[in-house]
Design a binder for this molecule. Sequence first.
Ligand SMILES: *Cc1c(COP(=O)(O)O)cnc(C)c1O
Length: 406
Amino acid sequence: MANTKPIYFDNHATTQVDPRVLDAMMPYFTEHFGNAASRNHAYGWNAEDAVEKSRKQIGSLIGATSKEIVFTSGATESNNLALKGVAEMYAEKGNHIITAATEHKATLDTCKHLEKKGCRVTYLPLKGDGLVDLDMLRDAINDKTILISIMYANNEIGVVQPIAEIGRIAKEKGVLFHTDAVQACGKIPVNVAADGIDLLSLSAHKMYGPKGVGALYVRRKSPRVQLTAQMDGGGHERGMRSGTLNVPGIAGLGAACEIAQKEMPEESARLRRLRDKLRANLEANLEEVYINGSMEHRLPHNLNMSFAYVEGESLLMGINDIAVSSGSACTSATLEPSYVLKALGLGDDLAHTSIRFGLGRFNTEEEVDYVGNKMIEVVNKLRELSPLWEMFKEGIDLSKVQWTAH
Ligand SMILES: *Cc1c(COP(=O)(O)O)cnc(C)c1O
């Protein structure tokens, strides 16, 4: 594999733009360069048509109407707008927000900000399989609770939450429900009506669209959700998000949604088969490997595994022709190993040797076989050099460490 690009298995971090998406975007960089807010000429009308088409395509994917789609710069902004917008708009009603410990930083850091502004936030712990405990959620709701924010599917372990049940609980208690659906949209069926969702964040670059564009779904009926704008200006997007619209990006997001909706059944079946093949290969040929998070409630293209008795950094170095993410501190800006894996109860050792395999539209079966075989080769090689592995093989009880396996 020398001199070639690494095999891309990091599709939860971002995805390659689908060539069909790029085709849909190109005209809005060139001849149709108008401002969608220009009402007096064809340049503006053409741009506006593209934006309205995209709203329909997004709405169709998630079961929403066009008027419920607010364009943003991505899901980080969508999450900020949802949480801060609700906290400010509904301050009279209450100041309590419920979220989970394994949310994306765009949610957790926004909650931290809101705590400084006087909000109270409950961070629900997760069960060992990565799922929210619904009884705990119910118990956390009080008369000051205004919002529940629980992600649809986790970006590290791919665990899919019981969203429809959470939606029902929220409705029962008269609390708004926001979900960060970045990893779920376009990958598994998402429907804001069936799931009882009031606010939903999505991002184009996680579904084969361009970076820097996303949307927030904002329910308009039963209930009509109101938000305090976080960006003031020309009053675009029904006053909820001012700023000239990114027309090429928005056209790309719409096209990405349409393709995903059309191809989802076939694509998810294909990726599930490949993912399961990778897992089977690893489990058949390596001892002491652990799956992180529920396998049953999981995105079809995600596999997150820990490889005991290897060193995280050496493992990553050994597989440097494969682009993956790791729960190890060495790959991230912070020194802590993955907070998501720690929330599942993993010890530092297993968190450090975890690998997230994120399969995607452009991966082939040959790549899946290569990655599996390479992992086996490198893990075996590292273990041969490991005194801990030798002791383990001799049957020595190495530690009182609780190895958490699921
Ligand atoms: C990538 C991601 C985000 C952030 O989206 P951007 O569009 O990159 O800002 C938020 N939540 C989840 C779950 C993600 O995976």
